[in-house]
Design a protein around this ligand. Structure first.
Ligand SMILES: NC(=O)c1ccc[n+]([C@@H]2O[C@H](COP(=O)([O-])OP(=O)(O)OC[C@H]3O[C@@H](n4cnc5c(N)ncnc54)[C@H](O)[C@@H]3O)[C@@H](O)[C@H]2O)c1
Length: 343
């Protein structure tokens, strides 16, 4: 194509994209965002004998019209090969993500987050798919050694979860270096919003209060996190999935707000927004081993902003108001178990 061709040829209409982990928290929001951009989405929900499609079941009918849901498993190479067939981009979000459960079941984290990622990389390589967005996590940095955290910050994996995610990241880098696989890695900081599971701190606090509790039990209140609203996380995925290859392929991008708040302060803020005088108790069962707890995470997302123009739209309070409205809806709250420690 000549320069004048590219100036006159309209951009191709958005085509078919494949998403792993589509039935989960971030994946369901990303599926909606991709459909809103005009894509058809082939969405993998993890195989289960209940034929449950997770949060995909709650999407609007006009969104679901554009979504082909397939049950599968990223640990199975054939399952992944069928998912990615004919896609113009693959968004790989499927993972085991709970840190406490990674203390109990580390083998399953390696199977899912390392071998599962390898299967996705192989499918993208063999089928010559033009773009793979691989999902990392801020947990791979461990407690911040310098702030804000840039992508050049050392990797220090303090939990089996973080180690398994970093393993997937290294495979992604190696496939780009060895085979030119067009992979871009997005590294979101803590994401929150409607549909998040109860194992995360914001749903834990909101869910307990929405269920009528005035005393909330939590783990360590001192760590700080950079909380990004899920709509902004989904837009970060879209940004790196659709940007010109020269700007993003072979690179890693943080997605975060640059603001940090401690878990204690966050809990007080939620109490204020929910107009509830909260009694906060530390539960020893929820305290992580000292060297495993990541004490501080705050993002420098300027690389992502420079490459794609992405910037977060919703501040913490706006996002919390939406999460509170979601968890206060009895139909939504009924899907959760607020009375137990969800790992
Ligand atoms: N939530 C956060 O704060 C956060 C922050 C940084 C990165 N991430 C990453 O974002 C991605 C999505 O996380 P989430 O918060 O939506 O969690 P989630 O648990 O809601 O979503 C993960 C999805 O992966 C699916 N899955 C697990 N094992 C699978 C398998 N073997 N085959 C197919 N599917 C499988 C699960 O069913 C689930 O729906 C993950 O890769 C996670 O590491 C999340």
């Amino acid at each position: 194509m000549t320069a004048s061709d590219s100036a006159t040829t309209p951009p191709a209409a958005p085509g078919l994209v494949a998403v792993t982990g589509a039935e989960g928290f971030i994946g369901s929001h990303l599926t909606e965002a991709l459909v809103a951009r005009g894509h058809r989405v082939r969405a993998m929900a993890q195989y289960n004998s209940f034929s449950s499609y997770g949060w995909l079941e709650t999407l609007a009918p006009d969104v679901l019209d554009q979504v082909e849901i397939v049950l599968g498993d990223v640990r199975d190479p054939g399952s992944v090969q069928r998912l990615t067939q004919g896609a113009e981009a693959v968004y790989h979000l499927a993972a085991l993500i709970a840190i406490p459960y990674s203390y109990q079941a580390p083998h399953s984290y390696v199977d899912t987050n390392v071998t599962g990622t390898l299967n996705v990389l192989e499918a993208v390589r063999q089928q010559e798919i033009p773009r793979l967005v691989h999902t990392s996590t801020s947990e791979t940095y461990g407690t911040a050694q310098t702030v804000p955290i840039t992508e050049d910050h050392p990797i220090n994996t303090q939990s089996p979860y973080a180690a398994s995610k970093a393993g997937g990241d290294r495979l992604a880098d190696s496939y780009h270096a060895s085979f030119g696989t067009p992979v871009v890695t997005l590294r979101p900081f803590n994401t929150f919003g409607p549909r998040q599971s109860m194992r995360a701190v914001i749903p834990t606090v909101i869910g307990q209060v929405a269920a009528g509790a005035r005393t909330v039990t939590l783990g360590d209140l001192r760590p700080t996190r950079d909380f990004l609203y899920v709509g902004d996380t989904a837009q970060a995925f879209v940004a790196v999935g659709t940007a010109p290859a020269a700007d993003v392929v072979g690179r890693t991008f943080n997605a975060g707000t640059g603001e940090e708040i401690s878990i204690g302060e966050l809990t007080r803020l939620i109490g204020k927004l929910m107009e509830t005088d909260l009694d906060v108790r530390e539960d020893p069962a929820r305290i992580r081993p000292a060297d495993s707890e990541v004490m501080r995470l705050v993002a420098d997302a300027s690389r992502l902003r420079a490459a794609t123009g992405w910037a977060p739209r919703d501040d913490l309070e706006t996002g919390l108001e939406r999460a509170i409205a979601f968890f206060r809806d009895p139909a939504n709250l009924a899907r959760y178990k607020t009375g137990i420690y969800n790992i």
